[in-house]
Write a protein that binds this ligand. Structure first.
Ligand SMILES: [Zn+2]
Length: 275
């Protein structure tokens, strides 16, 4: 699933291609997306048609297409597991699994392609009041600071891995970058979050280092993720623990372990990340 660095990479690639361009029509395949939900085509047309794209922003793992006008309206896109966004000429054949298309003035189309249909595309009327966005925690790169993180850790009962994955606490982290951050911080994933208050600064630094590395290498491609140009990211070969079970730790040489927590894989070094 795309996490903050992948979404940020897509936003950076997309913004110069769509900013300032008018949306002429919106098309939907008729197939349900996330949880089989229908796309609110009438709602998308109401916010988008006839307006220009004012900006493309990221909020956690969400992509926000802001449109011109005073209402703060726009389109909210979540890529789910396999969602992709591409800007292509209308004359280019649409890829299989194309589900939502915004036709742009000048002949290009912004296309949402999603093979597994876990993603979604919804109107934000306005964006700021969308319940999914309103419930998101601070952005770890631009909003979260050490005092706020320390307060949140102090009041938490969850293990640190679950704490960092909770989008209400911090927006944008997923399984890959949490594993990398906890390795960088030397913290075992099952450590109770509240016990890390004294190491808040190091933890925040590790989270940022893992995310910034991911952005610098234009995202982690394990299977499906590609950027707005259709290219895979380079971060997979820079991963320190994620997906490296049985391989030697880059720091100490111990074998990286993989365990399952609630059905999700956790990767860590048993020597560098002691309980
Ligand atoms: Zn190690």
């Amino acid at each position: 699933m795309p996490e903050l660095p992948e979404v940020e990479t897509i936003v950076r690639g997309l913004a110069p291609r769509v900013r300032g361009r008018r949306i002429d029509t919106v098309w939907w395949s008729g197939q349900g997306l996330h949880l089989g939900r229908k796309v609110d085509l009438a709602g998308l047309r109401a916010v988008a048609v006839g307006r220009a794209v004012a900006g493309v922003r990221r909020r956690g793992k969400y992509i926000l297409l802001e449109v011109t006008g005073l209402g703060g309206e726009g389109v909210i896109i979540h890529l789910g597991m396999t969602g992709r966004l591409r800007v292509q000429p209308a004359a280019t054949a649409r890829a299989p699994h194309t589900h939502v298309v915004f036709a742009l003035a000048g002949g290009d189309e912004l296309r949402f392609v999603d093979a597994r249909r876990f993603g979604w595309v919804t109107p934000g009327r306005p964006l700021a009041r969308d319940p999914a966005l309103a419930g998101l925690g601070p952005d770890p790169l631009s909003e979260l600071d050490a005092p706020a993180l320390a307060r949140a850790l102090a009041g938490a009962r969850a293990p640190i891995k679950a704490f960092l994955l909770d989008q209400h606490r911090i927006a944008g982290l997923g399984n890959i970058y949490v594993a990398e951050a906890l390795f960088l911080a030397g913290v075992h994933p099952a450590t109770p979050a509240a016990r890390l208050v004294g190491r808040t600064e190091a933890l925040l630094r590790a989270v940022r280092t893992s995310l910034e590395g991911g952005i610098a290498r234009r995202g982690t491609t394990l299977r499906d993720y590609v950027d707005a140009d259709g290219f895979a990211g380079d971060n997979a070969r820079a991963l320190l623990v994620y997906g490296r079970a049985g391989e030697p730790c880059v720091r100490c040489g111990a074998r990286i372990r993989r365990r399952l927590d609630g059905g999700r894989a956790t990767f860590y070094c048993p020597r560098c990340q002691r309980r």
